[in-house]
Design a protein around this ligand. Structure first.
Ligand code: MN
Length: 135
């Protein structure tokens, strides 16, 4: 039997409070190097990032559950297991859990992250109409 370890030693799972709303846990997948951050991010229902942008863009891969992602000036969109999102360099956006569902995604963030204001409850719950209209 050969086990390829998926995690590396030294970095425990961490709760994020600054720049996040609600309960969000982060597991580093890879030690930060060359301006690349790879994290698994666990969002509980209602939890989300603040508005932010990534200097050189970000790849998200939803692994489990259902959540939301929203680009500035647009409506929140459903993010479901298997979905992949590329966010362009400098594009303001937020991502998080669903109204009643957890979301786990891997985030590959390139360059520095610029954090903006919190996503208001009004902005977040705008997703209600989107989800209802879809079903
Ligand atoms: Mn992002």
């Amino acid at each position: 039997m050969q086990i390829i370890k998926a995690s590396f030693a030294g970095l425990p799972s961490a709760v994020r409070t600054e720049t996040f709303t609600g309960q969000v846990w982060i597991d580093a997948v890879l030690p930060a190097a060359d301006g690349v951050l790879v994290n698994n991010v666990f969002f509980t229902p209602g939890a989300r990032t603040y508005w932010h942008s990534h200097e050189r863009g970000q790849l998200l891969h939803a692994l489990s559950g259902r959540g939301l992602i929203c680009a500035y000036g647009e409506s929140p969109q459903l993010l479901e297991a298997g979905d992949v999102v590329w966010t362009s360099p400098g594009e303001p956006h937020w991502h998080g859990g669903g109204l009643d569902s957890c979301l786990l995604h891997t985030a590959v963030s390139l360059g520095t992250t610029t954090w903006l204001e919190a996503v208001s409850d009004e902005e977040y719950t705008a997703a209600k109409t989107i989800i209802r209209s879809r079903t």
